[in-house]
Design a protein around this ligand. Structure first.
Ligand SMILES: Cc1cc2nc3c(=O)[nH]c(=O)nc-3n(C[C@H](O)[C@H](O)[C@H](O)COP(=O)(O)O)c2cc1C
Length: 187
């Protein structure tokens, strides 16, 4: 059975990130693990260097569950608001704590399970470069956890979930069908 690990970067109970994630993954039929990063207890990376020796983080918190889920994931999907052009800080803490994956992949040359990654970002403004910083952060993160990064859904001008138009919601659902390969039968 295929495994999906998803991260929600919004602190809000009713968030655009959650809504978009639910629609995007609605066609996925395997096992899903969803981490709402504001509900996790994840300390920031302390740059202690422990993972450089062992490939394992020395801090014992909720990242233990995240590491294990990511190790066996086939898909990684992140849906998040943009805060000051980047990820909200609890999501950035999760990303920074993935340094052990970087060590395993690039220093220890470990063969890690390949994954397919997607990023959904939501911002309130219309800035031309609104999605760039988050995109680059996701690019290096996904590379470190051995995930390809074929899809970045960029949603602009959205302050509240009620700003999300029907057409966009439909498009996101269709993008998900194609991402998870459930449309094979129609080709
Ligand atoms: C602390 C904070 C920083 C934000 N920074 C930006 C920003 O730099 N650019 C932007 O377009 N929107 C920014 N926003 C707005 C949110 O990205 C936007 O309201 C988004 O739709 C919220 O998504 P959610 O419903 O998933 O939480 C910020 C919001 C907060 C609370």
């Amino acid at each position: 059975m295929e495994r999906l690990v998803a991260f929600i970067g919004s602190p809000r109970e009713r968030s655009s990130s959650r809504l978009l994630l639910d629609l995007f993954t609605s066609s996925f039929e395997g096992k899903r693990t969803v981490f709402s990063v504001y509900r996790l207890n994840v300390q920031p990376c302390s740059a202690c260097g422990g993972c450089y020796d062992t490939g394992v983080c020395v801090i014992e918190d909720d990242m233990v569950r995240v590491y294990s889920a990511l190790d066996s994931a086939d898909y990684v999907v992140v849906a998040s608001p943009i805060y000051f052009y980047g990820p909200p800080s609890p999501l950035k803490a999760v990303i920074d704590r993935c340094q052990p994956f970087w060590v395993r992949k690039f220093l220890k040359k470990e063969k890690m399970k390949p994954k397919k990654g997607a990023l959904i970002t939501v911002g309130a403004t219309e800035g031309r470069n609104l999605f760039l910083p988050f995109y680059y952060i996701a690019l290096v993160w996904f590379n470190s956890i051995n995930a390809s990064f074929p899809l970045h859904i960029k949603v602009r001008g959205v302050e509240e979930p009620s700003d999300l138009g029907e057409e966009l919601l439909n498009e996101v659902k269709v993008e998900g069908i194609s991402f998870f390969g459930q449309d094979k039968g129609f080709n």
